[in-house]
Design a protein around this ligand. Sequence first.
Ligand SMILES: Cc1cc2nc3c(=O)[nH]c(=O)nc-3n(C[C@H](O)[C@H](O)[C@H](O)COP(=O)(O)OP(=O)(O)OC[C@H]3O[C@@H](n4cnc5c(N)ncnc54)[C@H](O)[C@@H]3O)c2cc1C
Length: 546
Amino acid sequence: MNAISGADGRRSGVATAKRVVVVGGGLGGLAAAAVAAARGHRVTLLDKNPWLGGKAAVLNLPAPDGSGSFRFDMGPTILTVPRVLRRIYAEAGRDQERDLPLIRLDPQWRCFFADGTRIDLQEDVGEMARSMDAFAPGKGYGEGYRRFQDVSRKLHDVSERFFFWKPVEDLFDTLNFRANMNPDTLRDVMALRMGQTMAKVIRGHVPDARLAQMLDHYCQYVGSSPYLAPAVLCSIGDMQAAEGVWYPKGGTRAVAEGLAKLAADNGADLRTGVEVTGFEVENGAVKAVRAGGERIACDAVVSNMDAIRTYRELLGGKAGGRYGRKFKPACSGVVLYLGLNKRYEHLGHHDFVFSRDAEEEFDFIYRRGEPAPDPTAYLAAPSGTDPSVAPEGGEALYVLVHTPHLRPGQDWAKIFPAYRQIILDKLKRTAGMEDIEERIVVERHLTPQDIHERYKVLDGAIYGLASHGRYLGAFKPGNRSRAVKGLYLAGGAAHPGPGMPMVMMSGWIAADALDRDLGGRGMGTAAEEAGQRDALKQPRRALAAE
Ligand SMILES: Cc1cc2nc3c(=O)[nH]c(=O)nc-3n(C[C@H](O)[C@H](O)[C@H](O)COP(=O)(O)OP(=O)(O)OC[C@H]3O[C@@H](n4cnc5c(N)ncnc54)[C@H](O)[C@@H]3O)c2cc1C
């Protein structure tokens, strides 16, 4: 077992300090630990793996010719909504921009389509609209994109007011129908466009199959099909246009390291190599966690383990079955980490190499439960932004293809070799990387089975639980458990869902909820302001590391 703990030890002298155990050190668990510790609680975080950060892990591979090494972020690579990080740092009285500098990326994605055309997703809505008009002249797609972004902004506003920064499990947690059912609330509910799918709203504004496929991929941040996901997820378009896409200096791994340091500096005891095997419940409240032979008494537990598995395996009882029936896992994926002796100058930092047919691809992954025969590949080619990721002239190329979550009888040891070839052929065919196979000098991969085992998730899911359902698809198990007192949930399978900003927000929500429930001091003004959307209305470059 390894342990990191703050040099100044736990903060003492806080009258309301309670014992908080965090199960799992993914970004959600680390965010919860940092915030709870900053609020003066005595935090112990336990992760079964030998590293902290969960999916935000790093892989270093030496180049065989001794010219240096390749560094890969193994999981998340696209960071959005940085004000979540800003609030977490502000909770601890720290300045995120100084401690964890971020570089703004614009264009945000480079998109390669199966018909050989390309377009860059740009941050500025007006510039993007003009690019769409140049891409398909005379069709009015630019104007459609502007209107799509207006809808997206409205959905983002409603999300901010009703879903974000609070422990929500269903509509009743967020809307007080008796007290609030006035015309304003009704307008907000109508704005959610309940009953419409994300794919329908996108195509209603931008009917071009290629441009719609690009906008569909906002839904890939939550590992769900835009044909099954509710319209409210179109809000991601505004989150990305208004708040940018960022690369943390040192890679996304720097986020995990930054949060761990923040928690440890505030006295949290962060232990790796410790698996939690159960909770001890007395009179309907969690009193302790069991980790191997050890019993750790606590006043509150934040579980960053998958929500359904937390209920099934750590708590036991009926809740696991109930949540298991209500929710299905999000998609899984295959990741290739390719150390190349060449930099492809025509790639952007983030690239999507799209399938020939969006509907067919989503149908394979989400309905049939089979890998798509012509998949979309997401590429991260970070060496242009950060030359330290590869030896000179090389690239640490990361290739992610979404696949179904694990299905009975699927053996990825057998499926992988042929699917790897399908992916490489796709890059040759659609992304102009004809010589890629000769350029690989070192290689590793993850399959859905590896993801399942490494991160202890539900059926290999990358992004927690699927956001499927036209009406209520955005809801997830709430952060304050209804099944037992003192249990809080954080992570991709808890509210408000997966992806780096959302899981860190879920960690903040869990810590804030337990702090309020235990009579803590609550959020300070600096953190309150740092997390507000207006905080972004400052000059762009002031946010970026030059
Ligand atoms: C390949 C890939 C690409 C992705 N790309 C992006 C992206 O570009 N942008 C983005 O925003 N998001 C992306 N994501 C999603 C994002 O990484 C996740 O939503 C987020 O990191 C999950 O954080 P989490 O808090 O849910 O914890 P996880 O990362 O799932 O970590 C949970 C931790 O809990 C530990 N644990 C579980 N059970 C126990 C137990 N019983 N005892 C002790 N420890 C336990 C595990 O070891 C693990 O460390 C990607 C994910 C993957 C895998």
